[in-house]
Design a protein around this ligand. Structure first.
Ligand code: C5P
Length: 323
């Protein structure tokens, strides 16, 4: 069933990162996950994945970053194994190469995006013909952020993060806005840890009624996001409910937020996901680059890496993942 033409049996996919423009925790669910209301946004900071058929039925992964685990703990391998086992075709094999640019454990969904790219890539490489909906369902089985990274662009993400609503024209994105991301390479934050800390601090004080959840979703849909200029924070603004808890425990997050707040003319500043990446929103890519340049020495001295990127209107591979 595999195409014998070698040009068809290998290809490359770009796997972009995301930021959370808004992360609101509504409630705690019976399955232990949190009920969320988020706005996620793909950004132009991407890894590259290379796929090639492996005739010996094995799935292998190599990566340019030696710090990344390449065994079953890696979501790329998990995605490949899930797709292979569901296909019922034990002879399928793949050689997968990953060129990592998105920082690891950063709250930028690099691992989730690689996982989504693997589902799309191997579906093509192995000619499995899963539909976009089937791929999105497999993605949701593997992790809460993975469906978003597959479709990408600007989306409301509800449920545990996997219920997507495409936002056609996110007001806060217009017209050419871009972001500066900073992260300390020494720090990474575990998502389960961050949610657990939040839960303990919250002492089970959550919304409980579906009607309350729905009201919050409506507010977000209607208002989209507002910029909290001059210290006033109209709701819903760019904000992250996990930020306070992570800030308390991670000095690099606290310091980084202060640095961005005191030294840049940005429109908004927040943590992405469960951190520790922080971002500042600017009117244009040029203004983000100017801020990066002005902060360059301080960032270096305080040990932060930084990236300037524009906001993308798509995820992994537009044709294959939009219904
Ligand atoms: O779905 P994913 O594997 O990304 O989630 C990692 C962990 O983050 C979960 O096991 C859970 O502890 C926490 N989480 C949560 N509520 C969500 C998403 C994740 O509590 N909506």
């Amino acid at each position: 069933m595999l195409d014998s033409d070698p040009r068809q049996s290998q290809f490359i996919l770009s796997s972009p990162a995301k930021i959370n423009l808004h992360l609101e925790i509504l409630g705690i669910r019976a399955d232990g996950f949190h009920e969320l209301a988020m706005v996620m946004q793909s950004v132009d900071l991407a890894d590259t994945l290379f796929f090639k058929v492996n005739s010996n039925a094995r799935i292998s992964l190599t990566c340019n970053n030696p710090k990344l685990v390449t065994d079953e703990k890696n979501l790329i391998i998990q995605a490949a194994q899930l797709l292979k086992s569901r296909s019922g075709l034990p002879n399928l094999g793949a050689i997968i190469g990953l060129e990592k640019r998105i920082p690891i454990g950063a709250g930028l969904a690099g691992g989730s995006s690689n996982c989504a790219a693997t589902l799309i890539g191997l579906n093509k490489l192995w000619n499995l013909e899963y539909t976009p909906i089937q791929l999105l369902n497999l993605a949701a089985e593997l992790g809460s952020d993975i469906p978003f990274t597959m479709k990408g662009g600007s989306q409301f993400c509800f449920g545990r993060g996997e219920v997507l609503e495409f936002i056609d024209n996110l007001k806060i994105k217009a017209p050419n806005r871009a972001i500066l991301i900073i992260k300390s390479p020494e720090t990474s934050v575990s998502t389960p840890w961050a949610f657990k800390q939040y839960k303990e601090a919250r002492q089970n004080q959550y919304l409980t009624e579906e009607s309350d959840f729905d009201l919050r979703r409506q507010i977000l849909r209607k208002g989209q996001l507002t910029l909290a200029l001059k210290g006033q924070a109209p709701f819903p603004a760019i904000q992250n409910d996990l930020q306070e808890i992570v800030e308390e425990h991670e000095e690099s997050v606290r310091q980084g937020l202060n640095l961005l707040k005191s030294r840049t003319e940005s429109l908004a500043i927040a943590m992405s996901g469960s951190g520790p990446s922080l971002f500042a929103l600017f009117d244009t890519l040029e203004s983000a680059q100017v801020a990066q340049f002005q902060l360059a020495v301080t960032l270096r001295d305080q040990g932060y890496e930084s990236w300037c990127t524009s906001l993308l209107s798509h995820g992994i591979y537009l044709d294959d993942c939009n219904e």
